[in-house]
Design a protein around this ligand. Structure first.
Ligand code: SF4
Length: 268
């Protein structure tokens, strides 16, 4: 079975590639350049033997010290990176993105989930994006900013982005580049936008919250059920951390909670 991985830095990709070359193991490379060069480094498509060579002990680190973001089943990308280089911005609040987690989507194993770190801090632009994207969900206290890109769920932190239900690695790069452009475009026009701190809770976090006990008991380690719902939605915690639902007196909520988590691609 062919699987694909990517790396946070170009140097790590080069190390993994050199290792496969030294062992004469086959692989394919998917490149983000030129259009997605600011948000990705090349991805490697490899079979079981080549993966083992990269993974070493199987904990994500290659024997030569390279780190990959994780492996997902390979499906040929549905789109190709644009042939033009990415647009430049006079002020770049986003910076560059490094994909640090690549994993299958819980609800749909043909889709992928990824987490990227950004070199820039995007928190300042959230109120401006919130003013223009009425369908988004903004929590100024986080701060977090979430919205849907068609069926993909995008959750933004100051220096982190989680994307669920991306089609493949190229679609993930496309989504990251779309965010980079939205962030920098809103920042460039900020003098003409009235910033908005309005907190609009929207599905799916709210839908997950509706199926929790709402006792704020803190057994999951979060201060409130709402905070837990947001972290589940973002793929940071599995729903099963809510022990009152999975092991306690709120067991009657379990099926509904599992159903909504599967529906939105959150870990159960
Ligand atoms: S364990 Fe469950 S009920 Fe308790 S705070 Fe967390 S989400 Fe709410």
């Amino acid at each position: 079975m062919q699987q694909v991985t990517t790396f946070a830095r170009q140097a790590e990709f080069e190390k993994a590639k050199a290792r496969l070359d030294a062992l004469s193991l086959p692989y394919e490379v998917i490149v983000p350049q030129p259009g997605f060069a600011r948000v990705g480094v090349p991805a490697l498509v490899a079979d079981t033997e080549a993966r083992a060579a990269i993974m070493g002990a199987g904990v994500g680190a290659g024997a030569d010290g390279s780190f990959c973001a994780g492996w997902v089943d390979y499906h040929p990308p549905r789109i190709a990176p644009p042939r033009e280089p990415p647009p430049a911005f006079a002020e770049d609040l986003f910076g560059e993105a490094a994909i640090v987690v690549l994993a299958p989507c819980v609800a749909d194993l043909t889709k992928i989930r990824l987490i990227a770190h950004t070199s820039g801090d995007m928190a300042q632009v959230f109120p401006y994006m919130n003013a223009e994207m009425r369908e988004a969900s903004y929590n100024a206290k986080g701060p977090t900013f979430s919205f849907m890109d068609q069926y993909r769920m995008i959750s933004m932190y100051p220096q982190r982005i989680a994307i669920a239900k991306a089609d493949d690695i190229v679609d993930g790069w496309r989504a990251l580049e779309m965010i980079r452009c939205r962030v920098n475009d809103a920042w460039a026009r900020r003098a003409r936008i009235e910033p908005c701190d309005e907190m609009r809770e929207k599905p799916p976090a709210l839908e997950i919250f509706k199926r929790l006990p709402k006792t704020n008991c803190r057994a999951c380690g979060e201060r409130t059920c709402l905070a837990f719902a947001v972290r589940v939605q973002m793929g940071e915690l599995p729903a099963s951390k809510c022990t009152p639902v999975f092991q306690g007196e709120f067991g009657h909520l379990k099926d509904a909670l599992l159903e909504i988590c599967m529906g939105v691609g959150a870990a159960t």
